[in-house]
Design a protein around this ligand. Structure first.
Ligand SMILES: NC(=O)C1=CN([C@@H]2O[C@H](COP(=O)(O)OP(=O)(O)OC[C@H]3O[C@@H](n4cnc5c(N)ncnc54)[C@H](OP(=O)(O)O)[C@@H]3O)[C@@H](O)[C@H]2O)C=CC1
Ligand SMILES: Nc1nc(=O)c2c([nH]1)NC[C@@H]1CN(c3ccc(C(=O)N[C@@H](CCC(=O)O)C(=O)O)cc3)C=[N+]21
Length: 296
């Protein structure tokens, strides 16, 4: 039976660190780190996530501002809000919940967020900095997965990691972080041939395909570590239930360590979002300091 990587417990540790960073920022700089969360439309799942983020923010002393915009919001209206948030010195982090309704250009919206307030790490400058191995704001979900992985493997060096999925928000940044940790990385996707045998050779499998229970026990090398990013809502006897991309019961008989859904990557994502919010404050402080130094 595999070790269960408890994202709920681990996220509580991260949140404790965030709370102490928040207290320090308040004491030393009189700053209350503040996160603006923008939600366009009324997708019920997104509403749940946004509510969770704001609840956790409050618990660690991070301020939050919630902007709930109509599903018919135009590009221009959203751009005006983001400009105002970019200019607002009381706002340190900006998160625009994805996906956006069809009439909105997601890439343009992401690029309009100030890179130092981009707590999702989705801005092209931050994506580039991550790819170049520089210190930057890193996407929350992959960052959370790395903390979970370090629990099972204090040293990731030389491990073969397979990332299932190549999205900009999970798969690609995940692969970059694994590479930075000296893993040998394979990214697989919907056009990959023989995914099963690639996974079977992996020491680490990160499942981020968004396909309910895609990964079964015979895909996994005995003793491997499996991190399940997938969140798939299903209905069982009229009740809403979340399952991951991994067949948890079967895979946990084979794997060495496995993360559950719920209670795995999800809570870690939120904890890392709040960690990024305090990091954003620090970045903004050092920019300010740099500007002051430059002005003599
Ligand atoms: N726990 C958390 O905090 C978070 C969870 N999620 C969840 O993670 C999952 C992935 O999210 P996201 O990356 O945004 O999803 P996307 O739909 O953007 O990407 C899915 C990726 O998986 C690949 N894929 C789809 N089906 C298969 C398959 N059968 N075999 C192999 N690869 C496949 C796709 O390939 P191709 O590129 O070829 O289409 C694509 O690259 C979702 O369930 C999402 O809800 C996401 C963000 C945060
Ligand atoms: N700009 C942007 N940034 C994101 O980080 C982002 C996004 N858009 N859009 C959607 C995805 C998804 N995502 C989740 C976060 C937390 C849980 C989470 O906390 N899940 C709980 C369960 C919550 C429940 O019961 O529904 C768990 O897995 O235990 C899940 C999913 C962030 N995303």
């Amino acid at each position: 039976m595999a070790q269960i990587i408890d994202g709920k417990a681990l996220s509580a540790q991260v949140l404790q660190q965030v709370a102490s960073d928040v207290a320090l920022l308040k004491d030393e700089h009189g700053i209350v780190p503040t996160l603006a969360v923008v939600l366009v439309g009324e997708d019920p799942a997104s509403q749940v996530y946004v509510r969770n983020k704001i609840k956790r923010a409050r618990e660690v002393g991070i301020g939050s501002k919630e902007y709930l915009l109509d599903a018919n919001t135009t590009q221009n209206e959203l751009a005006q809000l983001i400009d105002a948030l970019n200019d607002d010195a009381q706002v340190h982090g900006i998160l625009v919940q994805l996906p956006l309704p069809d009439q909105l250009d997601e890439d343009a919206v992401i690029a309009s967020i100030h890179p130092d307030k981009d707590v999702d790490g989705f801005h092209p400058l931050n994506v580039g900095a991550l790819a170049a191995g520089r210190d930057t704001l890193v996407p929350c979900t992959p960052q959370g997965c790395m903390i979970m992985l370090h629990q099972a493997h204090p040293d990731l060096s030389g491990k073969h990691a397979v990332v299932v999925g190549r999205s900009n928000i999970v798969g690609k940044p995940m692969a970059m972080l694994l590479l930075q940790a000296n893993c040998t990385v394979t990214i697989v996707h919907s056009r990959t041939r023989d995914i099963e045998s690639l996974c079977r050779h992996a020491d680490i499998v990160i499942a981020a395909a968004g396909r309910r229970e895609l990964i079964d026990a015979d895909w996994i090398k005995p003793g491997a570590t499996v991190i399940d990013v997938g969140i798939n809502a299903i209905e069982i006897e009229g009740k809403r239930k979340l399952v991951g991309d991994v067949a948890f019961e079967a895979v946990s008989q084979v794997a060495g360590a496995i993360s559950p859904v719920p209670g795995g990557v999800g809570p870690m994502t939120i904890a890392c979002l709040l960690l990024n919010t305090t990091r954003a404050v620090t970045r903004q402080l050092s920019v300010e300091h740099g500007a002051m130094a430059a002005n003599g």
